[in-house]
Design a protein around this ligand. Structure first.
Ligand SMILES: [Zn+2]
Ligand SMILES: [Zn+2]
Length: 387
């Protein structure tokens, strides 16, 4: 395995990032710290892509003929309080690295150190430090700002830590890895009335209750049972608990829709709208429907997955090729739509006191850093060595 000479310094860097978490597009301190270290390695460093995003480029001498590869780490934190009790816990109230992006950033920086000191014989490596993965659209904005036209890549790779898997273990699986993550909103507009005289109005609240109950017929009765699909109502607002004799004129409902294929994703958009319109029509109320496409599913490309699998097997004796997909999302999917890509999982050790991603007790496990760095170095070398 690749030898990492200054692991202590990398661990210290990771803990410093952890202490100073920043939200999407606000990662100014984080971004400056990354750029400073990349410049010290002699790489070409481009800052300001999607505000706080960075691409650092390493070119081999005969780069014109060579291939190119993108390696992506996300750098942002979450708006939540930390309760890990670690000496390096967040110093900013209501901000926390609860998804391990501090670890992802550190591992990609560690790989940049090794590859800068011993570059591949040909080709170009783009180290992509992406802001705002957590729901703020960093990947989309990087692509809109010309990520892959300014820094063309033949393949792009992403990695996420996974608690509950040993620190020297990885999972590399072709096909769907993470679900699409879209939002929807439905507003039923009736005619408000006295609670004692419902016949004088049109009851949007009863319509919305029928809609919420009927939603589960979409995954249950409409989508192919062999295709995963999730529709969840997650917010509802109407009426006033201090006015229990008033039927409100309007009810707003919102939620999420998840799928692992573009077809099922399209189907969810159509079917949620069909139900909302059908129930509104049956109940003689008006309805507005909005489906907000946020991120597509992460679907690993076969060739990129084969490269990642070779790399993983060269650095880990425990590579799972049948790891189940997650119903969470990651906007790496947008990179994967532009360039053949693969997204892999790196073990992060036992979930301490059950603290998984986005839990206030979570902390990235530094023991995973060597395997993560070794994977990045190998995947870059192998992606560039292919003919
Ligand atoms: Zn997350
Ligand atoms: Zn994450």
């Amino acid at each position: 395995m690749t030898k990492i000479t200054d692991l202590d310094a990398l661990v210290a860097f990771r803990r410093d990032l952890h202490r100073h978490p920043e939200l999407g597009f606000e990662e100014h301190r984080t971004s400056a710290a990354i750029a400073e270290r990349l410049r010290a390695l002699g790489l070409e460093v481009t800052t300001g892509i999607a505000s706080t995003g960075i691409v650092a480029t390493l070119r081999a001498k005969d780069d014109d003929k060579g291939r190119s590869v993108g390696l992506r780490a996300d750098i942002d934190a979450l708006a939540m309080p930390e309760a890990s009790g670690k000496p390096w816990a967040s110093e900013t109230a209501g901000r926390m690295h609860a998804c391990g992006h501090d670890g992802h950033t550190t591992m990609l920086l560690g790989a940049a150190q090794i590859l800068a000191a011993d570059p591949p014989p040909s080709g170009t490596v783009h180290f992509i430090f992406q802001p705002a993965e957590e729901g703020r659209g960093g990947a989309r904005r990087m692509v809109e700002e010309g990520l892959f036209t300014r820094f063309p890549c033949d393949h792009v790779f992403g990695l996420h830590n996974m608690p509950g898997m040993a620190c020297d273990a990885m999972a590399v699986v072709p096909g769907p890895q993470l679900a699409s993550s879209d939002s929807w909103r439905v507003t039923f507009r009736g005619i408000g009335s006295h609670g004692a005289k419902p016949h004088q109005g049109r009851d949007a609240l009863t319509a919305s209750a029928q809609f919420v109950a009927a939603l589960q017929t979409i995954p249950g009765r409409v989508v192919d049972p062999l295709q995963p699909a999730i529709v969840s109502a997650c917010a509802m607002s109407a009426g006033d608990m201090n006015a229990l004799n008033v039927i409100p004129a309007q009810v707003e409902i919102g939620g999420t829709a998840r799928a692992f294929s573009p077809d099922v994703r399209d189907q969810l958009e159509t079917e949620i709208g069909r139900l909302a319109n059908g129930i509104a029509s049956a109940m003689a109320v008006e309805v507005d429907y909005q489906f907000i496409r946020r991120i597509p599913p992460v679907i690993n490309n076969a060739t990129a997955t084969a490269i990642a699998l070779e790399a993983a097997r060269s650095v880990s004796a425990h590579v799972d090729t049948a790891f189940a997909p997650s119903t969470a999302g990651d906007d790496f999917a947008i990179f994967g739509q532009q360039v053949p890509g693969a997204y892999v999982w790196l073990g992060n050790g036992p979930a301490v006191a059950g603290a998984l991603h986005h839990n206030p007790g979570y902390d990235f496990n530094d023991d995973a850093i060597p395997t993560g760095i070794a994977f990045w170095v190998e995947v870059a070398r192998r992606a560039l060595a292919r003919d």
